[in-house]
Each structure stands twice: as C-alpha cells, then as structure tokens.
Design a protein around this ligand. Structure first.
Ligand code: ATP
Ligand code: MG
Ligand code: MG
Ligand code: MG
Length: 468
C-alpha cells in the first residue's frame, strides 16, 4: 500500500466515524511562542484541550506535518526516526473516550490496514486498568501481549494542564530483527518491536502542586506515524525504504553519482540528505528562514548537516535545492503550499548552500588538522575556543563539530564553547548599548549643539515670512 493510500484510508475511516477532516496546520505553531515547531498532531488543538477555546466540532481527524529536533541525530542511525514526518491522528474534544479510541484503532489497524493480529502488541500506563479491560475483554488482546509501562513513555503531560495515560500499539517485525535476549519485548530498543500508534487519554488536570484531578470534559489525542506504517505495509526494513523516501533518495543518489543499498556510509548519507531536505523544504515553505537563532538555527543546522554528508560523498557543488525540487514535486499535490512557495523555498536553500560552501571545506580541514595535532599531544578533547572559532568563522553549528569529533573518538569542551558564546553576546550587547545611547534624543541634541554652537529659535518669524 502506497503512503498516499494509507493517508487517505486513515482520514476516510475516521470521517466514517463522524470526524471532520481538517488540513494540516503549519509547522510553525500559531499563537504559541512556547513552541518552536509543531511536533505532534495535537499541537494545533492545544487550546481545545486546555479549554482556552471552544471547537466548532468535537471530532476531528488530520494528517499533520511534524518536525522534531530532538530526533535529528537519530536520523540515519535508526530505521524509524525522521526530523520531518507526517502524523495521522484522530481527536475528541470532550466527546468520545477510551473505548471508542481503542476499538477504532484496532479496527483500523487489523481490518483496514490488514496487519495480522498475532504481530500486534500493546502498552498501557501502569495503573490504567480501564485501558487493560478494553484491550483485553472488549478487543480480545491476550493479557501477555499487554505491557504496563511507566510515566516516561506512557503518560502524557506538559507541566500544568490537561494530561493523561497513553496506550501504544507495536508491531513485531520478527525475531530476526531483534537482539535475541530473553527479556526482549516492546520496551527493548533493539528494533524488533516498532511503535506505530500512540493513543493519549486526556483525563486529568495537573495543577501547580502536582495534583491530578479528573477532568469533566475528557479528550482523545492519537498519533500514528505515516512513514512507519508504510514501512510495515510495504514489508521493507526501514522507513527509508518506503515509497516516500526511495524516490527522494534515488534522486539524490543520481545527483551524487552513488547507489543506495551497497555501502553503509553511502546509505546513511542518503538518508540524512533526504530527511533533512524534506524538513527544510517544508519549514521554509511554512515561513521559517535560516538564521543564528530559534527556528532559523534549526534550518541552518539541518541544512549544514546534510551538506556535510554530501561532502562525505565528495559533493562540493550546491545540490540540496535540486533534491528539494524533487520533494516539492513528490508532495506538492498533498501539500499545495509547497508548489505555491517553490521559487522562494528553492532560492533560499540555494543561497544558504552557497553561503556555507565557501567555509565548509576550510572548517573541515581545520578540524582534521586540529584532531591530528591533539592526537599527537595525547588529547581527546576539542578546546571550547576552537569549537567557537569553527562556529564563528566557518559557520559550523556546535552540534556538527560534536558529531564530526565523535566520529573520530573526540569530545568537545562545550562549557568552554558556551563561555565564548556568552562573551561574544556580551560584546554585542555593549556595542548595541553604545548605539542606543547615541540615538536617544538628549544625546542627539547634545551632539547637535556641540556641532552647531548655541542656536536661537527663529521658527515663528521665518515660518510667517515664507507663508505670506
Ligand atoms: P519513539 O519512541 O519511537 O521515539 P515516540 O514515543 O517519541 O516514538 P510519539 O510522541 O508517541 O512517538 O508520537 C506518536 C507517533 O508518531 C509514534 O508512535 C510514531 O509512529 C510517530 N513518530 C514519533 N516520532 C517520530 C519520528 N521522529 N519520525 C517518524 N515518526 C515518528
Ligand atoms: Mg521519540
Ligand atoms: Mg515511544
Ligand atoms: Mg509514543
């Protein structure tokens, strides 16, 4: 089943259960300065869960564009993590609750996606007996396939506000994918068990003291990763082998003159390039621009990391904008904004590529020489001021320096780096304060007086003369 079909099937299924299909919201959360990116399907609906706003309808389903920066370094290393991905979700704002959410999820996965029941495993929160009862007695999942897990994975909360236990659906990809340990199960990170869907039962309000009180208006928030489901249904070893990614990676491979599937180093580079290009293409389309802070820094970091992987494959010329054009072509029908903004997006990517191109090689050779010298001196840490120089002079995000250093068994003195950053900020602040001082009115007048000497005001006379 192609990704396109899965997306449509999901939305149609929940439409048949009385949900309104809404388009994806922007990757840049509206009216929410606390968040850099939309990282889950529920983000645009936060006000409905907190009660800050009243929804037009109580059942909604979406396919939401998501971006997760904490997962950047997992990209290329795990089979299941991206920075940009699509999350399919169904939401209830004070309408249906646990029973419907669980039984519909099961119905969709087993009957509509056709995933065999004997491959499915469930997790629930420690004391969520209600969820256990539904999974076991209503749906019929054997008790030994339901694992109770703790707060870190199976309870959703963000500080004060609505929160609640989660239940996840896992697919067993087979013992050959696993670590072989007798303890191997859903909580094991070996890759055998793939989490595809998370159901969040919003049923408590957490106050400042950390007390949980049951909510009158309960809610449902679910998220299923499209790329992961596609990998299961297409029977391929990773998200990157699905139709979503292969088209982009094969195109990138062609540009770079390499082939996917023969050399681990090449494969990782192609995965990173395809993933990060998707992320920056969508993020720039939604209004983010490369810069040195906030969202812009994330764009810069992603783009520069992708370019470095291109450089590992001997590519010096800008090429990400070509891959981005492919992303726009592939996804433009589902997300028309990609096509509308294509010229702008591609121009920005190319400009940013050109900007970094000049310094990437210099920075890489400086880093290589540095590590060689340190090795001779028997040291294994990049000093903070040199990491800072790589950042300041060569445009290397600290994370990039760290990643390259780690590949060679080095660490980076991050504290030292931070101090240099602070120092630079302080200098910039002082320079700004000087300017501010000069631009105040008094300072301006004082300066004027010094330049012109005492001035007598003759405005009234002069003005009346000239207007007569
Ligand atoms: P994992 O434990 O695998 O990192 P998660 O528990 O962080 O996933 P959730 O926050 O529960 O993920 O998000 C809901 C669903 O979104 C997941 O079940 C998964 O299918 C998908 N998903 C989450 N993070 C990613 C990612 N980085 N790339 C692709 N899909 C993802
Ligand atoms: Mg995660
Ligand atoms: Mg998880
Ligand atoms: Mg989860």
């Amino acid at each position: 089943m192609l990704a396109r079909e899965i997306r449509e099937k999901f939305l149609k299924f929940f439409e048949s259960k009385g949900h309104k299909i809404l388009p994806s919201a922007s990757l840049i959360p509206a009216n929410d300065p606390s968040l850099l990116w939309t990282a889950a399907g529920m983000v645009p609906f936060k006000p409905y869960f907190t009660g800050a706003a009243v929804p037009e309808v109580r059942r909604v389903t979406t396919c939401q564009k998501c971006l997760r920066t904490p997962d950047i370094e997992s990209v290329g290393r795990t089979a299941r993590h991206h920075t940009f991905f699509e999350m399919l979700g169904n939401f209830s704002f004070g309408d249906y609750f646990k029973k419907e959410a669980i039984t519909w999820a099961w119905e969709f996965v087993t009957e509509h996606l056709g995933i065999s029941k004997d491959k499915l495993y469930i997790t629930i929160y420690l004391d969520d007996d209600e969820a256990f009862d539904i999974w076991h007695n209503v749906v019929g999942v054997p008790a030994e396939r339901i694992t109770r897990l703790g707060k870190d994975t199976n309870f959703w909360e963000i500080g004060v506000g609505p929160c609640g236990p989660c239940s996840e659906i896992y697919v067993d990809l087979g013992p050959e994918k696993g670590c072989g340990s007798p303890d191997c199960g859903v909580a094991c990170d070996c890759g055998r068990f793939l989490e595809i869907w998370n159901l969040v039962f919003i049923q408590f309000f957490r106050d400042e003291q950390g007390n949980y009180t049951p909510l009158e208006q309960k809610g449902i928030d679910t998220g299923m990763g499209l790329e992961r489901v596609a990998s299961v249904l297409q029977g391929v070893p990773s998200n990157f082998d699905t139709d979503i990614f292969r088209e982009i990676m094969d195109y990138a491979a062609q540009i770079l003159g390499v082939k996917y599937g023969y050399d681990e180093k090449v494969d990782v580079a192609l995965k990173v390039i395809a993933d990060h290009t998707r992320a920056i293409t969508f993020a720039i389309t939604d209004g983010a621009l490369p810069s040195n802070e906030g969202r812009g820094y994330v764009i810069r970091r992603l783009l520069r990391r992708a370019l470095r992987f291109g450089r590992l494959l001997d590519r010096e010329e800008p090429f990400l904008h070509l891959v981005a054009a492919k992303v726009i072509e592939q996804m433009g029908d589902v997300y028309p904004e990609l096509k509308e903004k294509a010229d702008h997006t591609l121009k920005i990517i190319k400009l940013e590529e050109e900007k970094f191109r000049e310094t990437l090689n210099q920075g890489l050779s400086m880093l290589a020489e540095l590590m060689e010298r340190l090795t001779q001196e028997g040291k294994k840490e990049i000093p903070g001021h040199l990491a800072f120089k790589l950042y300041d002079t060569y445009g290397f995000p600290i994370e990039l320096t760290k990643e390259i250093a780690e590949e060679k068994g080095f660490t980076v003195d991050e504290e030292g780096f931070k101090q240099q950053m602070e120092e630079q900020r302080r200098r910039a602040r002082e320079a700004r304060e000087d300017v501010d001082y000069l631009s105040t009115r008094d300072a301006f007048l004082k300066q004027l007086k010094e330049e012109l000497g005492e001035v007598t005001f003759v405005g009234y006379e002069k003005l009346s003369e000239s207007t007569e």
